[in-house]
Design a protein around this ligand. Structure first.
Ligand code: ASP
Length: 313
């Protein structure tokens, strides 16, 4: 298994074989995580620092648990409450942490491109845990693993990504990943929530849910990212739910065995009906959370191996 990358900054830099290497290794961690003894020592002796400059619940918990299960020393820095408030620049913060010799830095930042910048300044492997509207690579990888396990394959599927595409790093990373593996992608949402460069994505675009959902295998819903909106993108949440919220009636247009996904956190009754989100016959939302830990363990193992090999060279 080869994975010739120093960092995991985005899906954009990965080849299909890199993606499959992470997913295949992650399968072994799905098995480990279902045992009562979930411990491995592949990161034993290594230090992982999680730096979250933006709020996170599941991603931070998932990375933390992933590192602990692999035997790393894991430290969480809540950057909201720390020295950036005192005016320190991102680079100064990075250089300070770098001097403590971490092996893996997991970074979330509200600005697109900030994680790439930081990766250029430090000696360790950097994993992007979400930067602005740019990328969220581990989310796309865990989504891919969830789809592959539910559908038995990860190519030639009809996949609809619905809702607030414009503000979503999850959508960008997924469009790239699923496109690289030759799936047919449809983006569904109001024109106000479609990115300006939509033509470059090589996808079909629909404004109408009932047209876009026809015969799809996978329905991926996105949260309305109100924190990234600075104006009237939608008339009202009620109206939005009526036109774009996924409920059983709209889902009935998809294939009968279509699965429902959502990266979380969910706005129930805004982009998705709460009962449908909880329906374990259709919704794989909890599987996505489970796959997240396994995918992060796999990505960290592959990067740590390269990191150790580089130091010995
Ligand atoms: N948790 C995902 C993210 O950080 C999706 C979301 O926030 O809506 O991008």
């Amino acid at each position: 298994m080869t994975f010739a990358h120093r960092h995991l900054l985005g899906i954009e830099q990965l080849k299909p074989d890199d993606i499959l290497a992470i997913l295949d290794l992650a399968e072994t961690y799905v098995d480990l995580n279902r045992k009562s003894d979930k411990h491995s020592d592949v990161l034993s002796g290594l230090t992982q620092i999680n730096m979250f400059f933006e709020n996170s619940t599941r991603t931070q918990a998932s990375f933390e648990l992933a590192g602990m299960r692999l035997g790393a020393d894991v430290m969480n820095m809540s950057m909201q409450a720390s020295s950036i408030k005192k005016g320190e620049t991102l680079i100064d913060t990075a250089m300070t942490l770098n001097a403590m010799h971490p092996d893996l830095l997991v970074v979330r930042h509200p600005h697109s491109g900030a994680v790439d910048l930081l990766a250029q300044k430090v000696n360790c492997a950097v994993l992007n845990a979400g930067d602005g509207r740019h990328e969220h690579p581990t989310q796309a990888l865990l989504d891919a693993l969830t789809i592959r396990r539910a559908k038995g394959r990860l190519h030639r599927l009809n996949i609809a990504i619905c809702g607030d595409i414009a503000h979503s790093r999850v959508a960008r990373s997924n469009i790239m990943l699923l496109g690289k593996l030759e799936n047919r992608l449809r983006l569904i949402g109001p024109p106000t929530l479609m990115p300006a460069q939509i033509g470059e994505f090589g996808v079909e675009v629909y404004e109408d849910m009932s047209e876009g959902l026809k015969d799809v295998d996978v329905v991926m819903m996105l949260r309305l990212q109100k924190e990234r909106m600075d104006g009237g993108f939608i008339p009202s949440e009620r109206e939005y739910y009526h036109r774009y919220g996924l409920d059983a009636a709209k889902l009935s247009l998809a294939k009968p065995d279509a699965i429902v996904m959502h990266p979380g956190p969910m706005n129930r009754g805004v982009e998705i009906d709460g009962t449908l989100a909880d329906d374990i016959n259709r919704s794989v939302i909890q599987d996505q959370v489970e796959m997240g830990v396994a995918v992060r363990m796999a990505a960290m193992e592959l990067l740590a191996r390269n990191q150790v090999a580089r130091r010995m060279a």
